[in-house]
Design a protein around this ligand. Structure first.
Ligand SMILES: NC(=O)c1ccc[n+]([C@@H]2O[C@H](COP(=O)([O-])OP(=O)(O)OC[C@H]3O[C@@H](n4cnc5c(N)ncnc54)[C@H](O)[C@@H]3O)[C@@H](O)[C@H]2O)c1
Length: 447
């Protein structure tokens, strides 16, 4: 069998999806992680994250013997010619990126390699990190007197959680940041099915590739904050954001994507990457005023949602609110920086209790909302959450919340407040069930 020998370090959303899909592209992959629990599960055929479509490919490539899992980094490095770094790059208190996991892997590479390797950085890292990785490997090689050659490449990942498998196998483009011709050619081989399928490959230097990733995320976050502000304005001037966004989206220069107002963006990427690019720019004497405003708007949006709810139903004291959706978006179990983690504590601080339901988020929510546990009831369905509540609030637009039996919801609620923070219902259908409809950017008299 052909195919390149690859190791993927990190088995999170990017590393595991990447590893499994690269194996399916015909490569031989060793997926390594320091988390013994994750590797144990993976070896037993169990996927530790919720990601639609992953299990099927996982089963196929494990059966074909194209992928192996290990906590032994040395084994992974020894058995691969191409090493993908896909470990976490979490934010620090001040918003800058914590590179300790990436640099630890770089040190391990320097300590262990004895033949030429291509080191591909897939983690989202500040501009210049590729050079730091290179120096770190060189230092370790020097320390042990080894003369092993290697290339460092930046190959940022653009997948979305919840659609990660599709995105990895149908990317809009593959960005490869390196000046090494050999590394460029090797990566074309690694991504062979995509290359043959006419996926655009974009070659540039390492710094450009690193910045492309932040520029994309900052721009998408900007679209979200922009449409959220337009929605807030719509509510005051009797305009409907759905129509505004639709007409904006018809303009080819704008595109309809990311023009859906809501309770603010969350997740493991946008909040972290917007703060990081501001820091990266500041460190280089550049002020990113637009991105700073985007971050500020996003923070404010979560609290504006709570203000909106209070303004419609009155003070929360003694009330119970049903909350549907905790994860930062549907089809994931990821709760990192989810708007619900700001909205729920604020609701509780203002005196209400909450009854919550989410199809996949509970495991994460339990510990993230631990200090509010006394005021949270975890329910088994959207209907159980609605039972006896004074209002229902949709925070995350899981598919099953799009087609609820509204008459049943209406009967279960004590008071008829229906807050649709994702605009997934029309006012008309909600009114027909005897409930008051409150969306985002949809004026009160709009049917
Ligand atoms: N999650 C996304 O949607 C997404 C999308 C594009 C890019 N990214 C970027 O990709 C990177 C990874 O993100 P993620 O969401 O997959 O992270 P994650 O936190 O889900 O997974 C990271 C994994 O790396 C492992 N790890 C840490 N140090 C290690 C080491 N020394 N050796 C081996 N394994 C180690 C951890 O145990 C963990 O399993 C980040 O830089 C992120 O910004 C994420």
């Amino acid at each position: 069998m052909g195919g390149n020998r690859i190791s993927v370090i990190g088995t999170g959303y990017v590393g595991l999806v990447g590893g499994v899909c690269l194996a399916d592209f015909g490569n031989f992959v060793i997926n390594a992680d320091i988390d013994q629990g994750k590797i144990k599960k993976l070896k037993a055929g169990e996927i530790p994250i919720y990601e639609p479509g992953l299990q099927e490919i996982f089963d196929r490539v494990t059966q074909q013997g194209r992928i192996d899992f290990t906590t032994d980094l040395k084994k992974a490095l020894d058995n691969s010619e191409i090493i993908f770094i896909a470990v976490g790059t979490p934010p620090q208190e001040d918003g800058s990126v914590d590179l300790k996991y990436v640099l630890e892997v770089a040190r391990e590479i320097g300590r262990n390699i004895s033949e030429h390797k291509i080191v591909v950085n897939k983690s989202t890292v500040p501009v210049g990190t590729g050079q730091v990785v290179k120096k770190t490997i060189e230092q370790e090689l020097k320390r042990r007197g080894a003369k092993t050659s290697f290339d460092v490449v930046s190959n940022p990942e653009f997948l979305r959680e919840g659609k990660a498998v599709f995105d990895f196998t149908h990317p809009d483009r593959i960005v490869i940041g390196t000046e090494s011709k050999e590394a460029q050619e090797k990566l074309q081989e690694v991504y062979r099915p995509l290359y043959l399928n006419n996926t655009p490959f974009m070659f540039c230097n390492m710094e450009t590739a690193e910045l492309i990733k932040y520029a994309c995320n900052a721009f998408l976050a900007t679209k979200i904050s922009f449409i959220n502000e337009m929605a807030n304005l719509c509510e005051k001037v009797n305009a409907n954001i759905k129509d505004v966004a639709r007409a904006m989206g018809m303009d080819g220069r704008i595109s309809p994507k990311f023009l859906h107002p809501g309770p603010g963006y969350g997740g493991s990427c946008f909040p972290k990457d917007t703060r990081a690019i501001v820091k990266i720019a500041e460190a280089n004497g550049v002020q990113l005023k637009t991105v700073k405003a985007v971050i500020e708007t996003n923070e404010a949006q979560k609290f504006l949602m709570v203000d909106k709810i209070v303004s419609k139903m009155g003070p929360f004291q003694g009330k119970t609110l049903a909350i549907l959706g905790l994860t930062f978006k549907p089809e994931t179990d990821d709760m990192r920086e989810a708007p619900s983690l700001t909205i729920i504590p604020e609701i509780i601080r203002q005196g209400a209790r909450v009854r919550v339901f989410d199809p996949e988020g509970f495991k994460e929510a339990f510990w993230r909302l631990q200090s509010f546990a006394d005021n949270i009831t975890y329910c088994n369905s959207e209907y159980e959450a609605a039972e006896g509540a004074h209002a229902l609030i949709i925070i995350t637009e899981w598919n099953q919340f799009r087609k609820m039996d509204l008459n049943r919801i209406s009967r279960l609620l004590q008071e008829p407040y229906f807050f649709d923070l994702r605009n997934i219902y029309t006012r008309k259908e909600v009114l027909n069930a005897g409930l008051n409809y409150i969306g985002v950017g949809i004026p009160d008299n709009n049917i």
